[in-house]
Design a protein around this ligand. Structure first.
Ligand code: SF4
Length: 918
């Protein structure tokens, strides 16, 4: 007997009925999600539905019968996109519905190869599953014309398609649109001729596909797949871990068979990436067992590397370090730790340098990327980390992206920002010299001259004040230093700033008003802000802009640096910097020093150590005898390559811990073969302060060791009693000294990790500065624009400005990505040059251009594009063959010493031949 609906409604809960039984409904949910919630995932079969896509209603396999009364007239409706309503009666498996589903699948199968036994997705094909579920035993329809002859597309290093297996469900098209926002896939033709096309009916390789794999993961059959056959059931084990590339921190499900990684997919329940990745995370993993991997310690004797045992290498290092320490003192030794490594490994490395060697000469790659972010935000707010989370995009109305190209450098976040920018009522502002992909969708693109962020940000704040758009109540209650700041801003010489920046004042004013008028505005910044001589000041201004408009301390606002390497946030958190120990505690403070002394059981130094550029200077001055570099290719990626090489040559003992024989490793005296992220456990902290578990997937390659264990081994050789590396043991130690890790425990890190600060009871923090800043009041400090010394000293003779950028396919020095299929997609660095500049210098597309700076010259192939303005050039430094850093300068940020990669004075000419080093 079916129940009357009015019996099942109260003030707070409403109900609908399934086969006569009442179940609660959630306002806004679809019939399908209602049925899944109450009756399990498998009651209603689906084909065109997918967890990370909007409801579509194309296949009708999910149809159910719906009536308003128990015995009323039933209508057949697609459950995936029909909202449930109070009192409705749903019949999900009536005989009529079962017939309908069977009929639909039979029709699909009339045009589908029935080669299940040899198909790559046999056993994991959604069509196969649904066919079994609805009871297909026969196809009753006569054979007619089919699409079974369609050719496979095997053009791409990763993506494949076999459209004879396509069931026209549109999942791939929707994944490309809704998840990645790339619009490469579409349905062309009508009726029987309808088919999925890539671009303008091209191959994957020729199309604009960004190889994110969203379509492959979405496809219910093997019509679109990848070379790893990631949907095949060949894996014996699946391990969840975190991507090793960028600071987005995507979760990965890694499949293995017989101890070998076979494929990677993206879990749908990950808060960070919700079933999505970019091509680096999903496909660029084959570096891990590449034949180039270092598999034995090496010691250089008479200029030649010789294989050594671990014991020989450890003894060699321990003897040398002991002697240098005794003869010259601990400050003649330095360490560079790695953002590729786990928090635990970074913690150990700084502990080794401080507690075992006895110096604060420890630094990391943040020095050359986001050190100005950490410093600038610490000065303004008290905490040098992102204030909010990426999921706050759901709560914001306006984004300002400055000095960042996230669709290439932070692709999963970039895709979200792109989706945000495309929506009509949202406002997006891009401040960047290049017309990046996001700039094409932006409401306001401020294409400033490289190096003038401070000028433009000051102009924006000037207009906000002039227009009366400052949030006075926030300023009065939460900040200090405003009056002086305001006076300077109101006196700003707008004529001069407009000329300096090259951005029309009306455009700056309009963007400023848009940011200040939005109910909620979020900013995102990258290395285009920090890698400048005024990097720290620009970060402080972004923070000032947020305080000026009250955009701090609630969902959908804040200052959100897009961190570069996967664990660059964590490395700094763990104390990989010369002025602050683990937990950002001031090494010069006597009370804190005592705390460290007590904890480490030895006396640690109180004077600030060398930053990376200072290490190289010290080496050249004969004040550095030994340096231990983990996972950083400083020769290729640090500025002024020739100076870096000279510094390494001047250092008696160079220890390099690496996966490959990088450009830096070539200058080592001892090489230690470390392990990749797939071969060890620990935690990475992403750009949202989210500490996530990195789980060992495969055993370290024979001959290699996890980096943490190597550091522990050497600590013990030098007489410090450090227990063996285990992720839980190390986290336990860290939680006792890093205040904001107090409540982090290895076995309590669930699938989405925890965002620090984490209280002792395990409560984490999504949004910082909600009621007060870490430093108490937020601090306004005015800083005037100053032209870079690079321009004032060399601009006349070297009239073009070269700025550097990153490409989607490669990561940093490219040591990992160049050893994967990504190397077939992008094979070399290239130079972006405006058509006018190309014409002036008689340069054609693909010509080698000689770029000459005061440091030297390199040749790079030209790509003529209006993505850059006249007078501005842009290139990457992923390839050692080019070595662009031969010409970058070691001018650095006045505060944090981050090098100014983004402003290089150069002159150009068409090259006669290819220079390597000038
Ligand atoms: Fe990895 Fe970043 Fe790509 Fe995510 S967006 S898969 S973290 S490189």
């Amino acid at each position: 007997m079916v129940q009357k609906s009015e019996q099942y409604s109260d003030a707070t809960t409403t109900f609908a009925f399934v086969d006569g039984h009442p179940f609660s409904i959630i306002p806004g949910e679809t019939i399908l999600s209602f049925l899944k919630r109450h009756k399990g995932e498998n009651l209603v079969p689906t084909l065109c539905d997918a967890p990370n896509l909007d409801p579509f209603g194309a296949c009708r396999v999910c149809s159910v019968e719906v009536a308003l009364e128990p015995d009323g007239r039933r209508k057949t409706m697609a459950s995936c996109h029909t909202p449930i309503a109070e009192g409705q009666h749903i019949f999900p498996s009536s005989p009529a519905i079962q017939d309908l589903r069977k009929n639909i699948i039979e029709l699909v199968l009339t045009d589908h190869p029935l080669d299940c036994l040899t198909c790559e997705v046999n056993g994991n094909c959604e069509l196969q599953t649904v066919a079994a579920q609805v009871g297909i035993r026969d196809v009753r329809y006569p054979e007619g014309e089919t699409h079974l002859h369609r050719e496979k597309d095997l053009s791409h290093p990763y993506m494949t398609s076999d459209l004879s297996k396509c069931i026209n469900c549109y999942r791939c098209v929707r994944a490309c649109d809704e998840v990645q926002g790339e619009f490469v896939l579409s349905m062309a033709g009508r009726g029987f001729d309808a088919k999925i096309v890539k671009g303008i009916d091209q191959s994957f390789m020729d199309s604009d596909c960004v190889s994110c794999g969203a379509c492959s993961q979405a496809c219910p059959t093997s019509a679109i797949s990848d070379i790893f056959q990631s949907k095949a059931i060949t894996a014996t084990e699946t391990t969840r871990t975190i991507c090793t590339y960028c600071g987005v921190g995507c979760n990965l499900e890694v499949s293995t068979t017989n101890g070998e990684v076979v494929s990677i997919r993206a879990p749908y329940d990950a808060e960070v990436n919700q079933g999505h990745t970019c091509l680096k995370g999903r496909y660029a993993f084959k570096f891990y067992d590449h034949p180039d991997r270092l598999t034995s310690p090496l010691i250089k004797r008479d200029g030649v590397f010789e294989k050594a045992t671990w014991d020989e290498a450890y003894d060699y290092i321990a003897n040398k370090l002991t002697n240098y320490k005794a003869e010259f003192g601990p400050d003649y030794i330095a360490g560079i730790s790695s953002s590729r490594c786990t928090n635990e490994e970074n913690y150990l490395m700084q502990k080794f340098i401080r507690a075992v060697i006895g110096t604060n000469n420890i630094d990391g790659c943040a020095r050359v990327c986001h050190s100005p972010t950490a410093l600038g935000m610490q000065r303004t707010f008290g905490t040098g980390a992102a204030t909010n989370s990426i999921q706050d995009l759901q709560h914001t109305n306006c984004i300002m992206v400055i000095g960042a190209n996230p669709t290439d450098a932070h692709p999963v976040t970039g895709a979200k920002l792109k989706q945000f920018s495309m929506k009509q009522d949202n406002v997006s502002i891009v401040i960047d010299p290049r017309r990046t992909e996001l700039a094409r969708y932006a409401d306001y693109h401020l294409a400033l001259r490289p190096g003038t962020n401070v000028a433009v940000l000051n102009m924006m704040m000037h207009y906000i004040l002039k227009e009366g758009l400052a949030d006075t109540s926030f300023i009065e209650s939460r900040t200090e230093g405003f009056d002086d700041f305001k006076q300077h801003l109101l006196q700003l010489d707008i004529d001069q700033m407009e000329t300096i920046s090259g951005v029309d004042r009306a455009l700056v004013r309009a963007a400023a008003i848009a940011y200040a008028s939005a109910p909620n505005a979020m900013s995102f910044h990258g290395l285009g802000v920090t890698e400048h001589s005024q990097g720290t000041f620009a970060v402080m201004q972004i923070a000032d802009l947020a305080m000026l408009t009250g955009n701090i301390g609630r969902p959908g606002v804040g200052v959100n640096p897009l961190r570069g390497q996967n664990n660059v946030q964590g490395a700094a958190d763990m104390g990989v910097q010369p002025h602050q120990g683990a937990g950002y505690l001031d090494v010069t403070n006597p009370e804190i020093n005592q705390q460290y002394n007590d904890f480490y059981g030895v006396t640690v130094p109180t004077h600030i150590g060398y930053k990376i550029p200072e290490m190289f200077d010290a080496a050249l001055e004969g004040k550095l005898k030994a340096i231990w570099i983990i996972g950083e290719d400083v020769v290729q990626t640090d500025p002024n390559t020739q100076k870096v090489i000279k510094a390494l040559e001047a250092t008696d003992l160079v220890i390099v811990q690496e996966l490959f024989m990088t450009e830096t490793a070539k200058y080592a005296d001892v090489v230690l073969p470390g392990a990749s992220f797939l071969e060890k456990s620990g935690t990475f902290t992403n750009g949202e302060r989210r500490v996530q578990a990195v789980r060992q997937v495969v055993a370290p390659l024979p001959g290699t060791k996890p980096d943490g264990q190597i550091i522990v081994d050497i600590m013990n050789r030098l007489g410090y009693n450090q227990p063996d590396y285990t992720p839980d043991g190390m986290l336990e130690e860290i939680s006792q000294i890093v205040p904001f890790f107090a409540g982090i425990r290895w076995d309590e890190l669930d699938i989405n990790g925890k965002q620090w600060p984490v209280a002792p009871d395990g409560t984490d923090t999504q949004i910082l500065h909600q009621t007060e800043f870490k430093r108490g009041l937020g601090y306004f400090e005015f800083n005037a624009f100053e032209e870079s010394k690079e321009i004032t000293s060399h601009g006349k003779d070297y009239p073009y400005i070269l700025t550097t950028n990153r490409e989607l396919e490669h990561y940093n020095c490219g040591a990992m990505t160049r050893r994967t299929g990504n190397g077939e997609i992008l094979k070399s660095d290239y130079l972006m040059i405006h058509p006018e500049d190309a014409a002036t210098n008689l340069i054609n597309e693909g010509d080698y251009v000689c770029l000459e700076s005061p440091r030297g010259k390199v040749d790079v192939k030209a790509r003529i594009t209006d993505e850059v303005n006249p007078g501005v050039l842009s290139t990457t430094f992923h390839f050692p063959e080019i070595m662009v850093n031969n010409i970058t300068s070691d001018i650095h940020d006045s505060e944090a010493m981050c090098p100014e990669y983004k402003v290089v004075a150069v002159r150009i000419r068409k090259s006669k031949g290819k220079f390597k080093v000038g």
